[in-house]
Ligand binder design. Sequence first.
Ligand code: SF4
Length: 349
Amino acid sequence: MSTVTSPTVLEATGLEVSFPVVRGGHRTTVRAVRGVDLSIAAGETLGIVGESGSGKSTLARAVMRLIPAEGAVELLGTDVSGLSEREFRAHRRKVQMVFQDPYSSLNPSLTVGQSVAEPLKVHTKMSGPERRSRVEEVLDLVGLRAEFADRYPDEFSGGQRQRIAIARAIILEPEILICDEAVSALDVSTQNQVLSLLESLRERLGLSYLFISHDLAVVRHISDHVAVMYLGEVLEQGPVDRIFERPAHPYTQVLLEAVPEPEPELQRSTTKRVLEGEIPDPTNPPPGCPFQSRCPFAMDVCSEPMPVVEIEGGGISRCHLHTSGPRLGGAPLASLDDAVATQEQQETR
Ligand code: SF4
């Protein structure tokens, strides 16, 4: 766990991604990421959670400049958003990505050694023997034997292939790894092994992670801070313990209540609420709070721009309940039950 004095390695401000799409014969625009701010300190893991379609993976690709985006991205203090592709090349090696599917992220016609060495061929002038030596070094770092370099991806299990993908991602000694559902395709015990590997690499190599997952338990396990996304926007951010123990935003609360509690007596709320309905059409999001069509507390003011409210215990929540609802001043609601009870008390006064 890093301290608050750690330097910022990645900072995104006002990140926006839009795609043209055709709906019902008309051209329109999907704003897949809408005004996202985030930052990651050296040695930290920022987890991004949210349902499918919330914009998590698009955000990752925007940070990597794999897709066009507006807004500012600073890597290790350098604003890279205005750089040309050529100028950005020197910075690209600082951020590497591990994708969900180890089966499709490795070229089956290349040996493991060739795949893992590819970034070295692109970004360095290393000789063949130097590349081979570095490949063996990173295979060892991810817990694989040197002779695996001469074999092909289809000779390995899913967990081993993900280790190979991680080896390729760290071979250029990046500062930041973006893991996009990196353990989602693995069974639980392999997931745990790969998570342990990522944690030990973070310590040994001083890495920072942007860790994207729909699996809240996995995010809780590995993250220092968490951002909760919905319809392209971050609705809540904060330290992992505060988010999981005292979520402030109604969407975060419902997301967490949907996770089965292994020890039922520790269940945060006595009345479990289920997230009903689908995320609204991203080509036509509601004005104001994007969650209002599914929120049990939606009020007239929720169609106004969302406030950004600092929450006791760290982080922010973007909900009118903190300023216009039953609790004032940004105090986190203990649970949705608490909010309902407070609302009912106020209505009967
Ligand atoms: Fe619900 Fe309104 Fe808060 Fe959105 S701003 S989560 S609609 S109460």
